[in-house]
Design a protein around this ligand. Structure first.
Ligand code: 3HC
Length: 384
């Protein structure tokens, strides 16, 4: 264990305990979310059990005495388990029955042409579904096809696929600028701009266009799914399917149900998630769901550490080595985009009112300077 690991990872473990003790998600789902959404070798509650609840509690308590920051104050449950010598993960949750498709799902729609939309379309087409992708212009739609083609070519280069498979997958993918072409899909995933007004308009439109019984899913990472449900006359059919970046690789889908979502819609979406080779975790409609609520405060803490003059490359290397995370915090921030990270952090701050969640000044400054990460060739690291 290194100092960087303790400084950045222990508060994240504490935060996972708070989420678990609040009843927002099960221990298994919290651990699965971080394993399959971020590629971590183990989930936070398993790490806690391995490092030792008392070790983590004592280190956090010492830090809390110094900082007075509530994020460092050991969670009540951590304190109790540390004292009682218990475990967070022992016993699991029993064997829940595998979900089954409660709707016929053959033809899928994706709205959007960005990285997430392209990745999601690829996932569905690769798993044998016909997919209609709706975009605002032919040029944008061409980027979706190019994204999928590039990934399929890379798989061929690596000897993991062949030209015939590529042709089949691309053959199942059709692109259109007309939303009306979604009239016969069984489920549509929306992956357009993170703007509630824009998404609300789309959901109103989809409500008019889609056949009765079709499922309307959103891949929003930060906006309330309930608001989108209320924009339609079929709120029971609206659900969140939050994929992770890059969607063809990351195995997690957070399935977000609102108070209005029909249980059969939830079950179908979890079954579909499994059918396309992903792992579903269940969560309620609250900012950050599981992964972002645990991940972004940790990234924000790393940015604060950077502001004190720490060496970013060294922190990245240390975290990869000590925690086994696939990317260091600054490498990941640059992939996600500092603008996206700032928006998520602001949303978390608003939702939880936790002073320690206030976006780090350096993150705000990076966005103001247009240093957004890989997409602008400069973020925390330089890619020029
Ligand atoms: N698209 C499609 N496939 C890709 C890809 C991409 N952009 N990048 C990599 N891959 C594939 C490769 O083809 C390879 O596939 P193969 O094993 O079948 O040959 C596999 O992924 C591994 O790729 P590499 O060996 O080239 O690269 P790495 O070993 O460095 O892995 C990574 C890349 C999978 C992206 C890994 O670094 C990782 O897991 N990073 C963590 C990413 C993460 O945390 N994502 C979550 C961000 S938060 C989020 O999305 C929420 C949102 O709301 C902001």
């Amino acid at each position: 264990m290194t100092q960087t690991f303790e400084t950045l990872v222990f508060p994240y473990l504490n935060h996972a305990v708070r989420m678990f003790e609040s009843g927002y998600a099960t221990a298994v789902d919290i651990d699965n979310a971080m394993r399959f959404g971020c590629g971590y070798p183990k989930g936070p509650l398993t790490v806690l059990d391995e490092v030792g609840p008392a070790v983590v509690r004592d280190a956090l308590a010492a830090r809390f005495a110094e900082t007075g920051d509530h994020l460092h104050q050991p969670a009540d449950l951590l304190d109790r388990i540390a004292d009682e010598g218990g475990s967070f993960t022992a016993g699991g949750v029993g064997s829940a029955e595998a979900p089954r498709l409660q709707h016929e799902i053959a033809r899928l729609g994706v709205v959007g042409t960005g990285t997430m939309a392209s990745g999601i379309a690829q996932v569905f087409a690769q798993c044998g579904y016909d997919v209609v992708v709706v975009g605002r212009g032919e040029d944008k739609l061409a980027r979706v096809t190019a994204y999928v083609t590039k990934n399929l070519d890379r798989a061929i280069e690596r000897g993991k696929s062949d030209e015939a498979t590529k042709a089949e997958v691309l053959g199942r993918l059709s692109v259109t600028t007309s939303r009306a072409d979604l009239a016969d899909v069984d489920l549509v995933v929306e992956a357009i701009a993170e703007d509630i007004a824009v998404k609300r308009d789309l959901f109103r439109d989809l409500d008019e266009i889609l056949k009765p019984g079709a499922i309307l899913a959103t891949t929003t990472s930060s906006l309330p799914v309930t608001e989108l449900a209320k924009a339609t006359s079929r709120s029971a059919d609206v659900i969140g399917m939050h994929f992770f970046n890059p969607a063809p690789v990351m195995k997690l889908v957070e399935v977000v149900t609102t108070e209005l979502t029909a249980p059969a819609v939830d079950e179908t979406v979890r079954a579909l998630t499994a059918k396309v080779g992903k792992v579903a975790v269940s969560c309620g409609d609250r900012a950050g769901f599981i992964v972002n609520a645990l991940l972004f405060p940790y990234l924000n803490d790393a940015v604060r550490l950077a502001a004190s003059g720490a060496d970013l490359t060294a922190i990245d290397a240390d975290i990869k080595e000590a925690a086994g995370f696939p990317m260091g915090p600054f490498e990941l921030l640059d992939v996600v985009g500092n603008d996206v990270s700032l928006a998520i952090q602001e949303e978390l701050f608003r939702e939880f009112g936790e002073p320690g969640f206030a976006p780090a000044a350096t993150l705000v400054a990076k966005v103001a300077a247009g240093e957004l990460g890989r997409k602008t060739k400069k973020g925390f690291h330089d890619y020029s």
